[in-house]
Design a protein. Structure first.
Length: 157
């Protein structure tokens, strides 16, 4: 994992176990913390990455032998209900203040809730991580699939 102070990631197996990690994790994937909040940490021969559970926010991705390619604001804040500045955020189900211009949460609730790890699998040096919204958080369910390797992709089925 990166030692860059902008994206500190710490593998903490005891903390992950305490959080009840019911999802089997393949080699190269662990639960830990980054920026003081819960995260899925990826460290494979192809890449490293950090995916925060708060907001399903990708804050770090570096291909093997390369530097982190995601920018993070030095003034970014982290924690429950906080919208991180930088990286790759999930925005939705609306953008800005919404179509009626009256939404108090800019860019939708998806970046302000705690997502749950639904699955993690490894295919050669690529890792596929699926996060879902908790059933009791919102009426509309969300699912986001991140694939991290020599390239990264994101889909929402």
């Amino acid at each position: 994992m990166s030692t860059d102070p902008r994206s500190p990631a710490v593998q903490d197996p005891a903390a992950a176990a305490a959080r009840g990690a019911a999802v089997p994790l393949p080699e190269g994937v662990s639960l830990g913390t980054a920026h003081g909040v819960d995260a899925v940490l990826v460290d494979t021969p192809a890449a490293t990455g950090v995916l925060l559970l708060d907001g399903a926010h990708l804050t770090s991705w570096a291909p093997a032998g390369g530097q982190d390619l995601l920018w993070m604001s030095p003034s970014s804040e982290f924690g429950p209900g906080v919208a991180v500045r930088g990286g790759v955020p999930l925005v939705g189900p609306w953008f800005g203040p919404g179509r009626d211009l009256a939404r108090t949460v800019k860019h939708g609730w998806s970046r302000n809730i705690r997502w749950e790890l639904a699955s993690a699998r490894r295919e050669r040096d690529d890792v596929e991580i699926t996060l879902v919204t908790p059933e009791d958080a919102v009426a509309l369910r969300g699912e986001a699939v991140f694939r991290l390797g020599a390239r990264w992709t994101w889909t929402s089925p």
